[in-house]
Design a protein around this ligand. Structure first.
Ligand code: 5GP
Length: 191
């Protein structure tokens, strides 16, 4: 998505530790109009797949997933990262290693929100090593739901998580794929 690549080049900052900061439109401040544009692109890509629900993980996946859900006309379920009073009853859960925080955490979804007959689209803001999406795939498997595909706003292609999922047969669509990144230059994969 050309407009996203341009926005990353204009507003993104490469931080030490190989982290791209896009707080101005995706990770802290949300550019609502641009989010809806990204949602429309996800809808164009997955609109004919019979998606019944989007699965994402809190917190930074929610805005992107919401925009996609609004365009596809389906609900968005987000996995919680901390057990809370809001989650009661039986749950699906998976252990995920956080790239940005460098530690393991548990993601949890109440069983009532994913059914065996759901056709899930799994979305996140970033796809790097693939740990977050793999955790959500595990939750989908526990629920016995069908996964129609996975996607991210921004994939850091050189970390390999997206291509590993593609090799396993999943359809993975990322709106911008970064092939290499350093403080002076960001290069995108030709799509
Ligand atoms: P993965 O689990 O695929 O290794 O990493 C994806 C998760 O880590 C996303 O949920 C995202 O929040 C975070 N993440 C990974 N790389 C970056 C990055 O460069 N910038 C930001 N803002 N988040 C990242």
């Amino acid at each position: 998505m050309k407009a996203l690549e341009e926005k990353i080049l204009k507003e993104g900052k490469v931080l030490p530790g190989n982290v791209l900061k896009v707080g101005s439109f995706l990770n802290q401040q949300i550019d609502t109009a641009f989010s809806m544009e990204m949602g429309r692109e996800i809808c164009r890509l997955f609109g004919d797949c019979g998606v019944t629900k989007i699965l994402t993980v809190e917190a930074s996946g929610i805005a992107f997933a919401f925009a996609a859900g609004a365009q596809l006309g389906v609900p968005v379920v987000f996995a919680k990262k901390h057990a809370s009073a809001n989650i009661s009853g039986e749950t699906y859960s998976a252990c995920v290693y956080s790239y940005t925080h460098q530690r393991n955490y548990e993601i949890v979804v109440s069983k009532e929100y994913i059914r065996t007959d759901d056709r899930l689209l799994i979305l996140d803001d970033f796809l790097a090593n693939g740990n977050a999406i793999n955790g959500m795939l595990e939750i989908a498997a526990q629920a016995g739901a069908t996964v129609v595909g996975c996607g991210a706003a921004i994939e850091k292609g050189y970390q390999g998580g997206g291509d590993a999922l593609r090799r396993r047969g999943y359809r993975v669509e990322s709106l911008a794929i970064i092939e290499s990144m350093n403080e002076g230059e960001i290069v995108f994969r030709k799509q």
